[in-house]
Design a protein around this ligand. Structure first.
Ligand code: ADP
Length: 366
């Protein structure tokens, strides 16, 4: 819409100057002819009348013609501008705007339409942003509602079990000590599950709600991973796995140490609980564009491809009974994924060709 500044534009101001010049020239011309007629001693009265008459007629005709042309041009442009204003009021597209003459008013009209175009663009940008924010808010609410429903469901099982054991113990006075002890132990196991569940839910909620309150600093991953490996080494034989670490002595990451710890802890706990393998491998694969690419894998049974796409979902468990029995909440990998995303990285998972599961993820270098 914007005009090329070099384009020749018809000027109303110029036309007005032209009119004025014509008027002055006609008057000067009339005056000269009048003087000439006096000097040549002709019939001065007659010549004077004729000259004045023709000069006035000439100026009047020329002025009226030019003024008429100007008025016509002006009114045509004003009508176009009025049509454009009406179209703008109806929110019409820029393509449907009328064409304007190549003059000052046309120039002004094009500027107005240009402004209208920019205003339309700005308001549609704002609208789009608003829609996006609304959609995100609704999605967050939906996820929160879903999480609450799932938590309710997950809480019911251990609470009902504890209640059942306690009721049985209250009503069965003649219960043997051994039986009573076993009920107490089972109730305790369910309490532990409840505690784990509440901890996981609080981590997830913290990640989703208060990302801005989570402190990030320079964290060395090495001692953190060594600590996990040392814990695994203390496990009983049937649970112990070899933790093979192929990392530099120092690996500085910009992040939150609690969340970074929960990434490696959850992956390790899962490998021990579900993989059935003997080894865990933690490797540095790559470092570029400000990120470390890490691999966490085991040499166990892996996961069927149909489940693989879902395992980062909240409360997704392949074998529900087994997961519950092992104290799983179904939130472990969801926490891992959210924690990686919180650090600005991404995570993927695949079955290794040689067997076992491999997680590859990025964490920011400090
Ligand atoms: P859970 O609380 O049940 O451990 P997760 O989100 O941590 O929940 O894991 C989801 C499911 O993925 C688990 O129930 C388990 O079946 C499967 N899984 C996770 N890690 C492994 C692994 N290393 N090998 C085999 N299966 C795994």
């Amino acid at each position: 819409m914007a005009m090329d500044s070099k384009t020749k534009v018809f000027s109303y101001r110029g036309s007005m100057y032209l009119l004025l010049t014509m008027l002055i020239l006609s008057l000067i011309g009339g005056f000269i002819i009048y003087r000439y007629s006096l000097l040549s001693h002709l019939n001065s009265e007659n010549v004077l009348d004729v000259v004045i008459f023709y000069a006035i007629i000439g100026v009047a005709v020329a002025t009226v013609m030019i003024a008429l042309l100007l008025a016509l041009r002006l009114s045509r442009n004003l009508r176009s501008l009025a049509r454009a204003a009406q179209a703008m009021e109806n929110g019409a597209d820029l393509d449907s705007m009328p064409e304007f003459a190549n003059d000052e008013l046309g120039d002004l009209s094009r500027h107005i339409i240009d402004l209208y175009g920019r205003l339309r663009q700005a308001s549609s940008d704002v609208e789009r942003e608003h829609d996006k924010a609304l959609h995100e808010q609704q999605e967050k609410l939906r996820i929160k509602r879903q999480l609450t429903n799932n938590i309710n469901h997950e809480l019911k099982t251990p609470v009902a079990a504890i209640q059942g054991y306690l009721e049985t113990m209250i009503s069965s006075k003649d219960m043997s000590d051994q039986e009573r002890m076993s009920f107490i132990e089972k109730s305790y196991a369910h309490c532990q599950r409840l505690t784990q569940l509440l901890q996981d839910v609080s981590t997830i909620t913290r990640l989703e709600d208060g990302s801005s309150h989570i402190v990030c600093e320079s964290v060395d991953l090495r001692p953190l991973i060594d600590e996990i490996a040392a814990e695994v080494a203390l496990l009983p034989d049937d649970k112990r796995m070899r933790v093979n670490i192929e990392l530099p002595d120092q690996l500085m990451v910009k992040g939150n140490s609690t969340l970074l710890m929960s990434i490696f802890k959850n992956l390790t706990d899962n490998a021990i609980a579900y993989s059935g393998g003997r080894d865990i491998y933690i490797r540095l694969m790559d470092k570029d564009s400000g990120f470390y690419t890490l691999s966490f894998s085991d040499n166990g049974i892996g996961i069927d491809e149909e489940h693989l796409v879902h395992i980062f979902e909240r409360f997704y468990r392949i074998d529900k009974g087994r997961s519950r029995k092992l104290g799983g909440t179904g939130l472990g990998l969801s926490i891992v994924k959210n924690a990686v995303l919180f650090h600005g990285g991404d995570i993927s998972v695949k079955n290794r060709k040689v067997g076992g599961l491999e997680f590859t993820f990025k964490l920011p270098q400090a």
